[in-house]
Design a protein. Sequence first.
Length: 450
Amino acid sequence: MSSQIKLIYGFILFLLLLIFSLPVSATIPKINYSEDNNTAQNLYLSLKKNNLKAIYHYLSVYQQEHQADPLLIIFSQAKLAYLNQRPGVAIGLYNTILQQKPHFFAAQLELARSYRADRQIGNALVLFRELSQRLPVTSPHYPEITRAITELTRALSWSLLLSAGSHYTDNYYQTPLPKAHCLHYSPDGSCYASLIPQIPRAVLQWRSDWDLRRLTPLSGSHFLTQHYRVSTRYDAANQVANTVTLTAKTGYHYQDRHTLWQLTPLLELHFSAGRRFSSAYGLQTYLNQQLSPEWSLGGLAALRQHRYQPYLHSHNGTEYQLMPQITWHLHPAATLYLQAETTVHKKNDPYKHYRTAALHTGLTYLWHPSVSQSVHAVYTRKRYHHTHPLHRQAREDLTRQYSTTIALYPPSFAQISPQLSLIHTRNRSSVPWLYSYRQTEIMLRFERLF
């Protein structure tokens, strides 16, 4: 009996050993096989996330495998060159891949990015357009490609901007109407400066801004930049005189992978109802340095000479302006900037000197390939050195302005981009009864690329 029990226990033990040994021996090749796949998969994920250290690590491991794909190795080497700010090397490697696989989408997309990074704007635009025709709108790469086409087209094309709008304001303004609160009397006792409270209402203000701008390639990283603008203003409800401003800027533009620099002479003419004329001419320079893929530092410096009609010669003078800016690309679809401004106006009449200090900040976000929104805030402090004859004291204005703009980029509209802006401004002056006001403005703009 005891021998039978021993046989039964021995048989059960044999079955248990067999059961536990089979899964182990069956899963060993699977574990080895999954490890082989994990190297390629991790390399692919590292390429997708632009993780430079991970690409180096997994590429060195993957190259030692016997069944390594040579195209994946070349693709990884090209990506490393691109991330190391060597787009020229990346372009050669991606072209090597496309010679063997002409319709390899990932290589074509990376090649277009490399063309753009190498400032080969024409080649980048052609390739991005080819990719957009092959991709459906639902593709995750469609927003990037559409945005790149818009930006590159805008950089190389004439663009026309037309705007119109109205504003709602409540403030006080000075007018020589009778039966009002008199601010200043003539020696003969008559009033020549009266104050009338304006009734808050919507005021239709016709505006048109005709902006023509273009960037023309000369050779390599050298371009010719042109910007011509005609602006008109007419406030029919308040019977404000029609004004026309003509601006022309043509100069030198340099752009490589890290640096953008412009040096442009400018000329501006200002007409007001055919009775008042002024002009400004000068030189401005703009510099932007890419510190990293996320951060860039730039700034604008300008010097202008202002000239008025002979009877306004006291307003003639020089303007100095400096505007440093830092930009943060916190997300592929979001950009945040912070800009400071200081401006000094020196007139022929020293009592007309004034200084301006301002802080600008804004955020732009791409909600959809065809819809972007930007939010801006501006805080300005303007200090006048002269004493106003009506209030016998120096003037200081504090202005807060908030705005939001929604821009549409519908490809089906023949490259016409409508933009809707809402702007609210509040000015608090040391002379509140004369210069303090609140104004809400709505603007509609249409931009056409040629």
